[in-house]
Write a protein that binds this ligand. Structure first.
Ligand code: UT7
Length: 337
């Protein structure tokens, strides 16, 4: 028999040790967008829950936002960049295809760990937490930095009625590490590529009000069949959320918080109803002030709840992300602290 390969294995459990986020300074109210799409503040608030959103500045990149969120997560966990063995960044809005956001962020925070970007759209943070959980428990890494970072304003068609008011910018990060008790429940995750066309990207059209530069503008724009996605989320994602609760071996009433991807308050309402969540469970509604920030929305919403004093340390939170792919991921996590 040939020589045996040495295998590693980690501890039995992992948990989120700390988290942080970054919100760009520029607040964009509905009033700034409505004229171009023949809409109104009332319509946008009623149909989505969005009052305003944040857009990053021209010189503020996905990498910059991801780095700041990462530094805040490190401080929260009481760790240094050199403690990080792997960096996972979920993004669909970096302007270059290489190098990865993760490798640059790792360098900026002082980590020489493994670094990779993943593309799982609005499910990306939950995907990242699940991958990190596996890495820690397999012994491949001790501390994994998971980041969701998006600058969707770079890829939004401001003349598209279905998306111009929706997408926004920001970043959130969490550090996953070893734990003596279970801190991350089993993920209920999956994909349905047969619905790939319902959220996609198309080449940018040159237009008078938004002229292409002399050299052309290579950025595509996001397109979405809003109603199809809405119906799918209400029907299928509510079920996935319930499955994640069951997989964690708890009941909906055992939850302290529900932190869904911030896609639409009406989708969140439908999930609450399907789950039968009691009123004392805190529900994240960060979409009102942040719009839809895709992979960043869950950690941003979690951090907002903490800032408002509404995130009970040591409590249980249900996370669920869903979006382009179509892809989804949900799990119950123990809130650090
Ligand atoms: O993050 C990834 C996952 N994404 C999502 O989960 C998003 C899911 N989709 C949605 O959240 C919703 O579909 C939107 C908020 C995007 C749109 O809301 P909707 O209720 O689905 O609008 P709709 O496209 O069905 O349009 C309803 C009506 C139509 O008028 P009629 O035909 O009923 O007279 C549209 O023409 O609203 C009209 N409309 C608008 N009116 C004012 C469509 N867009 C607008 C607009 N402003 N921006």
């Amino acid at each position: 028999m040939s020589a045996q390969i040495t295998a590693v294995s980690g501890g039995p459990y992992s948990r989120i040790l700390g988290f942080g986020s970054f919100r760009p300074a520029r607040v964009v109210p509905n009033s700034e967008l409505v004229e171009r799409i023949d809409s109104s503040d009332e319509w946008i608030q009623e149909r989505s829950g969005i009052v305003e959103r944040r857009w990053a500045g021209d010189d503020e990149t996905v990498v910059d936002m991801a780095t700041t969120a990462a530094q805040r997560a490190l401080a929260d966990a009481g760790l240094e960049g050199s403690d990080i063995d792997a960096v996972i960044v979920s993004t669909v809005s970096n302007l270059v295809i290489t190098p990865s956001v993760a490798a640059i962020v790792a360098g900026r925070i002082g980590s020489r760990g493994a670094a990779l970007d993943i593309s799982a759209a609005c499910a990306g943070f939950s995907y990242g937490v699940n991958i990190a959980d596996g890495l820690v428990r397999a012994g491949s890494a001790t501390h994994v930095l998971v980041i969701g970072a998006e600058k969707l304003s770079d890829f939004t068609d401001l003349d598209d009625r279905g998306t111009a008011f929706l997408f926004a910018d920001g970043a959130g990060a969490a550090i996953v590490g070893p734990s003596d008790t279970p801190g991350i429940g089993p993920a209920v995750w999956g994909s349905d590529g047969s619905q790939a066309e319902v959220i996609t990207s198309t080449p940018r059209r040159p237009r008078r009000t938004d002229p292409v530069t002399e050299h052309g503008d290579a950025r595509p724009v996001l397109t979405m069949q809003g109603q199809s996605v809405f119906r799918w989320a209400v029907a299928e994602m509510a079920k996935a959320a319930a499955e994640a609760v069951a997989a964690a071996g708890i009941r909906p009433e055992d939850l302290d918080c529900f932190i869904p991807h911030q896609a639409n308050n009406r989708i969140t309402d439908a999930m609450i109803k399907y789950l039968g969540l009691p009123e004392n469970v805190t529900v994240a509604r960060d979409i009102s002030h942040m719009g839809n920030t895709s992979a960043a929305s869950i950690p941003l919403a979690m951090d907002a709840l903490r800032a408002e004093g509404r995130l009970p340390a040591g409590g249980l939170a249900l996370l669920i992300g869903f979006g382009a792919g179509l892809v989804w991921s949900a799990q119950v996590v123990r809130i650090p602290g």
